[in-house]
Design a protein. Sequence first.
Length: 424
Amino acid sequence: MILSSVAFALLLVLGVPIAFVILGASVVYFTLNPLMASIVAQRMASSMESFPLLAVPFFIFAGAAMARGGIARRLYALADSMVGHWYGGLAQVAVMNSLFMGAMSGSANADAAIDARTIAPIMRERGYSNGFASVISAASGAIAPIMPPSIGLIIYGLLTDTSIGQLFTAGVIPAGIITVALLLTVRFTAKRRGYEPERSHRLPMREIGTRAWQAAWALAMPVLLLVGLRGGWFTPTELGAIAALYALVVGLVIYRGFHWTETYALLRESALTTANVLFIVAGAGVLSMILALEQVPQKLIETLLSISDNKYVVLLIINVMLLFLGTLLEGLALMIILAPILLDVINSLGVDPVHFGIVLVFNTTIGSITPPVGTVLFTVCSITRCSIEEFTRESLPFLGALVAVLMLLTFVPPLVTFLPGLIY
């Protein structure tokens, strides 16, 4: 196990993609026992033998189709009508737009990349610093993994055998709280720096209603997800297929955001993203078996409970640990590795797995925005050409706001569990 840990750290330092880091460390472990070496390939294959896992490529395709299909422009117009008259109007629009787009993409990387390509250049033209525009794109992307159809919540549900429908429902209120926290942070920062509103007055409700109607097909997506799951009309996998078909029809026929000849490029983009996600899942399946053989979950439970048997103290320790690890590891991989282990810990303390799922996914999302290896950070900075130093400096107030929300969700469970309890 020591050699495997050394290999893991060495590959990570060398900048090897996280899926190969996980797999490389696992291979080193099994080379010490040649009789078990064949288990690597078998375990990778068996970890993919999950019918609900089919939901992942379907939702990834749905998000890509929504992003290309003229949805972004209509949602941007709606967000502008609602908050464009506030201080830092364009930044406020970016945050509100991420709330809407999060219900389409389910991915912080996808949402942040859309903002970095579309809104960040306009912000720079209007006098916002490149660092501020980049941070807004990245921080607002933190909303997407909490909103249905979050890829992170689907993976967590599969790993821990937790209801995906309840996880989707549980994410609605936290997503709203994150949005409010970011809007307030933008307001205070923009007022101090003199970033003016987009306009001096609020638009009339009639105009807001018109823009909402124009975006109605896009706004119907999260409603379709929640009602379909709660009504028992679809399983998560079937709902993924319905969502993919819905997004394709809306983008191709109703909004006409892309031509049918672009469908191949859309499928290719979705396939590459899906392959990246599922390869990490396959590699983590091998690593999770190693952790089980070494009895890591049992040792972790003993260690944490030796510190305290108060669930809130243990949750605080877990949060701090995850925030630190999130600065070094890709969020999805971190969640796949640790979720099954930490589930045993939280079950022993009587913590609701739905509550913990939202906290875990949000925590790892915050890690994706922080240096030195935040994936969302690098995605945005590669698009906006922002330096890591400037991004880090500008991100401090927003990271503070996100961590404050994380603590709020951790220590006030009803904010997460109220809606699932009410509906289910």
